[in-house]
Write a new protein. Structure first.
Length: 243
């Protein structure tokens, strides 16, 4: 358990609970408190600093709401895994995590081919009742569940099932000679369903980021429709805007 050297200034205009949370934020940012490290419990911290327990509890709640720490039954309060910040570009999540050294792993939840619904075949530019491959995966970063990825592709370009556990979808398509050249995508947010929360290690109703993407190859063919959800506490999108 990490015990920080916190100096509380009772004459400061900064509220006491914020001084405590700011000290923890600085320690997390500097690496003094690393992901997975246990944080000193509220009772001990309050006694050591000579503060009331409600003051310390509010500081911890601020850190929880900021996604910097999590409360785990049996483990107490621990530092949350560092957030994945991803640039919006034509790469797969697997490739981006691997480039950052985040040790991506994948659990394939579904891999099935069936006649596509009218909505799906229209999205993919396929004739009615064409075959569509549906892939659903749970993506981990450093052993922590991060995202549920659902992808629909024309059945004739289906990647190998075995390749999806070891690499990303776009890498699997590249192996088949298909290069992603462009995409349209929409970013949103919603709350997690009970099933999603169980897979992601969150509580039902936890906030999720969503990404809906339709990608096409360098020949202009639509090759993928992706509908993904990400843990908002561990994931964010970065983008640059120019005049």
């Amino acid at each position: 358990m990490a015990e920080l050297d916190i100096v509380v200034d009772r004459t400061s205009e900064i509220p006491l609970h914020q001084q405590i949370s700011d000290a923890h934020r600085a320690a997390i940012a500097s690496g003094q408190l690393r992901p997975g490290a246990r944080v000193e419990n509220e009772i001990d911290l309050a006694a050591r600093l000579g503060l009331s327990r409600p003051t310390v509890r509010r500081a911890m709640e601020d850190l929880v709401h900021s996604g910097l720490v999590t409360r785990r039954r049996g483990s107490g309060t621990v530092v949350a895994p560092s957030q994945v910040r991803r640039q919006l570009r034509l790469t797969s999540l697997f490739d981006d995590l691997e480039a950052e050294g985040r040790r991506p792993t994948t659990s394939v939840l579904e891999f099935s081919i069936a006649v596509g619904s009218p909505e799906t075949t229209e999205t993919l530019g396929l004739p009615p009742k064409a075959g569509v491959l549906t892939i659903r995966r749970l993506r981990f970063a450093g052993g922590e569940p991060l995202a549920i990825l659902t992808n629909e592709l024309p059945a004739d370009i289906a990647p190998d099932y075995s390749a999806l556990g070891a690499s990303g979808l776009y890498a699997s398509l590249r192996d088949k000679g298909i290069t992603i050249a462009g995409a349209t995508q929409r970013i949103g947010a919603r709350v997690a369903t009970h099933a999603e929360a169980q897979l992601l290690g969150e509580k039902a109703g936890a906030p999720l980021l969503t990404l809906d993407r339709v990608a096409y190859s360098d020949s202009g063919r639509i090759v993928e429709h992706g509908s993904h959800v990400y843990r908002a506490s561990l994931y964010s999108f970065d983008m640059s805007i120019r005049q």
